[in-house]
Ligand binder design. Structure first.
Ligand code: GN1
Ligand code: MG
Length: 365
C-alpha cells in the first residue's frame, strides 16, 4: 500500500507529464535496488499504462546528462529497429513520455527527479530463469542490444564514473575496511579474505584487453534478468533500465547476465547450500549471444567471454561487501546483513564456476 502523502507526491509528479486520461491506480512495481518504480494505470481503456520512476540522484549525480543518454540511445534503437524488417520498435525499446513542456524528466520542488515510460503491453519480467530457451533468448537480447548500438557514434556520458572498474572498486573497499566496525569486520571475515585471495586473478582480464587495445563499445552494464522484458510467448523483447548505458567492454554485459541467470538460487539467498551453477543455462545463453554477436566480436574479445562471469560476479560481490561495511548506504536492503548475504552468494558462485571453467571455455573455441 502507498501511504497518502506519497500518493499525493506521485500524483503531483504524474500531473507534469503528457498523460491522456485520469490516473486510475498507482502501485509499486519491480524490485530494483536503486530507483523507485511505480506502475500507473489510467481511465484510458486502450492504453496499457505507464511506468513512473523516481531517479536515485544519490547514485546518479547528473540526472540531466543521464536523461540525455537515455533519449539518444532510445532514439537510436527505435530508428535501427524500424529499418530491420520483422522488428517492432514500439515494443523492443523503452519509450519515454515527455513532460507537458517537452522535457524528458520533471524535477519537483523538493529536488526529486521523475520520469515516465510507456508500459509495454503484455510484457513480463522474470526474477529467475525458467528454462534453457529463456536463457538463449536472454543471450540473444543482449547480443542484439550491443549490435544495434555498435554504430551509435553520438554522445554517451559516463553516468557513474568507473562503474565496473576493478581498481576503483578495490579502493572503495579498502576505504570501507579502514572505517568498518570490528564487529562487521569479524562477520565479513571470510568474504574479506576471499577478495584478498582472488583480486590479482580478476585483474588479468582488463589488463589483457587493454594490452590488446580492445576498443570500448556501448554496453548496458546492468544486464540482470529482471532488466529484460519478455513477451507472453517467452520471446525477449528488450533491455530496460538504461541508466548505466555507457562505454564498456562487452564482457560486462555477458558476465553480469550469467551471474544472475545461471545461479539456481537468488542473488541474496540466505541458505548458501542452495546456490548452484547451471551450466546448461550458461551454454544456452552463450549460444543466443553468439548468434547475434559473432560478426562483430574480435578474437581478443572472444577470448575472455568465458571468464567474464567471474569478473562481473567478483565486482558486484565486492560492491555488496563494501556497502555492508559502509552501513548499507547504496543498495536498498530489507533485512539485517542483507548485503553481506548478497556478497556471500556471489563469492560462492565464483567458487562453483571454477569447477566448470573448462566446459565454459569450450563454448568459445
Ligand atoms: C543494481 O537497479 P538494479 O537493481 O537493476 C545496480 C547494479 C547491480 C544490481 C545488483 C546503478 O541494479 O549495478 O549489479 O543492483 N545498479 C546500479 O542486483 O548500481
Ligand atoms: Mg532494474
Amino acid at each position: 500500500m502507498i501511504d497518502p502523502s506519497l500518493y499525493y507526491q506521485l500524483a503531483h509528479a504524474i500531473s507534469h507529464f503528457n498523460l491522456p486520461g485520469t490516473v486510475f491506480s498507482i502501485e509499486r512495481f519491480g524490485s530494483g535496488h536503486i530507483n523507485d518504480t511505480y506502475r500507473i494505470t489510467t481511465s484510458e481503456k486502450d492504453m496499457p499504462g505507464y511506468i513512473l520512476q523516481r531517479i536515485n540522484e544519490r547514485v546518479f549525480k547528473n540526472v540531466h546528462l543521464l536523461m540525455e543518454n537515455m533519449e539518444n540511445v532510445t532514439n537510436h534503437l527505435s530508428k535501427k529497429l524500424k529499418d530491420i524488417p520483422g522488428n517492432d520498435p514500439s515494443r523492443e525499446s523503452p519509450r519515454l513520455l515527455l513532460t507537458v513542456d517537452q522535457k524528458p524528466y520533471f524535477k519537483d520542488s523538493s529536488g526529486n527527479y521523475w520520469r515516465v515510460f510507456l508500459f509495454v503491453i503484455d510484457s513480463v519480467i522474470f526474477q529467475k530463469t525458467l528454462n534453457s530457451e529463456q536463457a538463449f533468448e536472454t543471450g540473444k537480447a543482449i547480443g542484439k542490444f550491443q549490435y544495434l548500438l555498435s554504430d551509435y557514434h553520438g554522445v554517451i556520458h559516463e553516468t557513474i564514473p568507473g562503474f565496473h572498474d576493478l581498481e576503483k572498486r578495490l579502493m572503495e573497499f579498502d576505504r570501507a575496511i579502514q572505517l568498518a566496525s570490528k564487529k562487521k569486520m569479524q562477520k565479513a571475515g571470510n568474504e574479506v579474505s576471499f577478495v584478498g585471495r582472488k583480486k590479482d586473478q580478476m585483474r588479468e582480464m582488463i589488463t589483457d584487453l587493454k594490452l590488446k587495445n580492445v576498443a570500448l563499445r556501448i554496453t548496458h552494464n546492468d544486464t540482470k534478468l529482471n532488466n529484460i522484458l519478455f513477451d507472453k510467448q517467452g520471446r525477449a523483447l528488450c533491455l530496460i533500465d538504461l541508466d548505466t548505458v555507457m562505454k564498456g567492454y562487452i564482457h560486462y554485459d555477458f558476465g553480469d547476465a550469467i551471474r544472475i541467470l545461471a545461479n539456481n538460487a537468488d542473488e541474496d539467498e540466505p541458505d548458501i547450500q542452495r546456490v548452484s551453477f547451471n551450466l546448461d543455462y550458461f551454454k544456452a545463453f552463450s549460444r543466443g549471444y553468439l548468434e547475434q554477436a559473432k560478426d562483430f566480436l574480435s578474437p581478443a574479445e572472444k577470448k575472455w567471454l568465458a571468464f567474464s562471469p567471474f569478473y562481473m560476479t567478483f565486482i558486484i560481490g565486492l560492491r555488496f561487501l563494501t556497502d555492508y561495511l559502509n552501513g548499507d548506504i547504496y543498495f536498498k536492503t530489507n533485512r539485517v546483513d542483507h548485503n553481506l548475504q548478497r556478497a556471500h552468494v556471489q563469492f560462492r558462485l565464483i567458487s562453483l564456476m571454477e569447477g566448470e571453467y573448462d566446459s565454459m571455455r569450450e563454448m568459445f573455441r
